[in-house]
Design a protein around this ligand. Structure first.
Ligand code: NAD
Ligand code: GLY
Length: 372
């Protein structure tokens, strides 16, 4: 259930989406003017030190506002700016967070604030999980992808040279604060990448939401605030429900990886960073939808419908030509595979996902049909 609150700076209501995880429960706040108003920042854990972790692209835009917001609550507010990019999501960069915490004399009550996209959020969360065996952290996501996905649910990680997100921990934030205003500066390509993760919530959990996205995709790309707010709220509600039921991905949480198995193969096959994650997931969802249809799971027409929506979101509907054998190879070494068995998230009736294996020849036919 969600409740409306008032954001005094803008006079517009912000929304709170609860993530119910017992003593680790928290709220996702979604609204405009949150970085320029006080309400979102009240009631956070008390401490002497706060450390804002951001990057060289986002910091100059939003770190001054965040520092101002935190000043009444923390005696010392520090800012650490990391280099921008997935290439810096590694141990060496994360060590800079520990260096800053130790150099500033930060104790075990220190609160970390992750100001940026999924890269900053994943690294700051992992640093928070490790520093003095765990300090509180707040997610302040500034990309659409981070607002609808990576900031929620407690997956934190850094990359290893041998694999993406291979070193990490489940560690929940104490609050997630999504200020829609930050999306104004997001490049179009990044907005579209975030829309891929928004779209995925329709087929896996809410057929009505898929219809709503079809109705409003053009307005979302124009960044109309009321539409963005609804899309982010509904995405967060669905994700919060899944995470609340299966925090550590014992089963259900895997449905959030719809399109990601094929997408991972695209990212790994081309080299990480050539396609954005959301772009690879978009083409991957088309293949996964086709696979669901070919396996007779009761979703005729889903592939064409999803493909049309994905194109309208400014995303690729076809994967690169790597060859089915290379796709299958990368899918087998994905960390979502179990003992080399590829597990696909498939749509079994609109709004309902299942996770199961599929015959290689049917998977290869889908790849051939939707690549190149
Ligand atoms: P990102 O963090 O690299 O951000 C994308 C780009 O946008 C960067 O250059 C960033 O500096 C810039 N940027 C961010 N906010 C901006 C703003 N408001 N205005 C202008 N520029 C801005 O990428 P992302 O797509 O946010 O996240 C991808 C990362 O998230 C990957 O590392 C992925 O593994 C991770 N991820 C994690 C989860 C999870 O559950 N933890 C889920 C999905 C993805
Ligand atoms: N992004 C998938 C998950 O959080 O499980």
């Amino acid at each position: 259930m969600t409740t409306a609150i008032l954001t005094p700076a803008m006079g517009a209501p912000a929304v709170r989406v609860p993530v119910a995880l017992g003593e680790r429960s928290y709220h996702i706040l979604i609204g405009t003017g949150l970085l320029s108003g006080d309400e979102a920042w009240a009631g956070l854990p008390a401490a002497r030190h706060a450390l804002i972790v951001t990057n060289d692209a986002v910091g100059p835009l939003y770190a001054p506002s965040l520092s101002t917001r935190l000043a009444p609550h923390y005696r010392e507010v520090h800012v650490l700016s990391l280099p921008d990019g997935e290439a810096f999501k590694d141990w060496a960069t994360m060590n800079r967070i520990f260096d800053a915490l130790l150099e500033k004399g930060c104790d075990r009550k220190t609160v970390l604030f992750a100001l940026g996209g999924g890269v900053v959020g994943d690294m700051t969360g992992f640093a928070a999980a490790c520093y003095m065996r765990g300090v509180p952290f707040v997610q302040v996501p500034t990309t659409l992808l981070a607002q609808v996905d990576s900031s929620v649910g407690g997956k934190t990680a850094v990359n290893h040279p041998l694999g993406k997100n291979m070193i990490g921990a489940f560690y929940q934030p104490v609050r997630v604060i999504c200020d829609l205003d930050t999306l104004a500066t997001l490049p179009d390509r990044e907005l579209s990448a975030g829309l891929a993760e928004v779209i995925k919530y329709g087929p896996i959990a809410d057929a009505g939401f898929l219809g709503w996205l079809e109705e409003h995709m053009d307005g979302l790309r124009r960044r109309e605030p009321a539409l963005l707010r609804h899309a982010i709220q509904r995405s967060c509600e669905i994700k919060a429900g899944v995470v609340g039921a299966d925090e550590r991905e014992g089963g259900l949480r895997a449905i959030l990886n719809f399109g990601h198995t094929f997408g991972h193969a695209i990212e790994a096959g081309l080299g990480f960073g050539v396609w954005l994650h959301g772009e690879a997931v978009a083409a991957g969802m088309v293949m996964a939808a086709d696979l669901s249809e070919r396996l007779g799971l009761g979703t005729p027409g889903l592939c064409a419908r999803l493909s049309a929506l994905i194109a309208r979101a400014g995303l690729p509907t076809r994967g690169p030509t790597l060859g089915a054998a290379e796709y299958l190879h990368h899918m087998r070494v994905d960390k979502k595979a179990e003992a080399g068995d590829i597990r696909f998230v498939l749509i079994e009736g609109l709004g309902r996902a299942v996770v199961r294996p599929a015959p290689d020849d049917v998977v290869a036919a889908c790849i051939d049909a939707h690549c190149g």
